[in-house]
Write a new protein. Structure first.
Ligand code: ATP
Length: 226
């Protein structure tokens, strides 16, 4: 992510893809630690999006990754709002979008971390919450093929599919809707049913007193309760 950001600031070509063979300081949202064991795919793609595309990048990335994985692994992951790629409730990967401006030009870096040829049981920190393509299929995949196929899929959705269509596809892939969830945002705590998502990507949670709360991905922590 850091190298890709430097390249974006230096005016690299849109679509530049930085792939890490190893990561020693992978990060998730809110500076949480992202482990990248050997056999995982860690990639960051530089884009220069229009402003109205920015909040859709996490949707574009989610749909692109899921559809790329489906096409060559046969497994069909779902998305957990806002940015996890999951299978059977376990986390296969994560998406991180960071953005900024340089000389008034907006850039974004889409980071994708995927557990590919990883035996999750070897990593006690994430055993129980994570899974990998290897754990699910018993097969190894070429890491370069995985990243190449994801870049192709990203390009297709970024260039060819408009915001409303991408929103519908993202929404249909979300595993979070209709589940009982709890979110923490700052000191507040909201528990209820995840009713739907808005086109801006925010989640609507109906608490037990019947009030709808709109939550944004920025600073929240979401847990599925059932
Ligand atoms: P959560 O999954 O709890 O909703 P999040 O989506 O907010 O978290 P991310 O920023 O996507 O968090 O990822 C960071 C979290 O993911 C870490 O706190 C850790 O629990 C978990 N994690 C770290 N490395 C991996 C990995 N390789 N595979 C799966 N999960 C991981």
């Amino acid at each position: 992510m850091d190298i890709a950001r430097q390249m974006a600031k230096g005016g690299c070509t849109e679509g530049t893809n930085v792939v890490a063979a190893r990561q020693h300081a992978g990060r998730g949202r809110l500076s949480r630690v992202w482990l990248s064991p050997e056999g995982s795919v860690s990639m960051s793609v530089v884009l220069f999006p229009e402003l109205n595309r920015l909040s859709h990048l996490v949707m574009i990335a989610g749909v692109a990754v899921v559809e790329a994985l489906e096409s060559f692994t046969g497994v069909s992951p779902a998305l957990k709002w806002p940015n996890d790629i999951i299978i059977r409730g376990l986390k296969l990967g994560g998406i991180l979008v960071e953005s900024g401006t340089v000389s008034e030009r907006r850039y974004a870096v889409i980071g994708i971390g995927l557990n590919v040829n990883v035996t999750i049981g070897d990593y006690p920190e994430i055993a129980g919450i994570a899974t990998s393509l290897f754990d699910i299929t018993g097969k190894n995949f070429r890491e370069t093929e995985v990243s190449r196929s994801i870049v192709r899929s990203l390009e297709h959705y970024y260039r060819g599919i408009d915001n409303s269509e991408i929103f519908q596809r993202w929404r249909s892939r979300l595993d979070t809707i209709d589940r009982r969830v709890t979110v923490e945002t700052g000191g507040n705590h909201i528990e209820g049913i995840a009713r739907d998502v808005n086109p801006d990507g925010s989640l609507i949670i109906r608490s037990d007193d019947g009030i709808d709360h709109q939550v944004f991905a920025g600073d929240i922590w979401l847990r599925s309760l059932a």
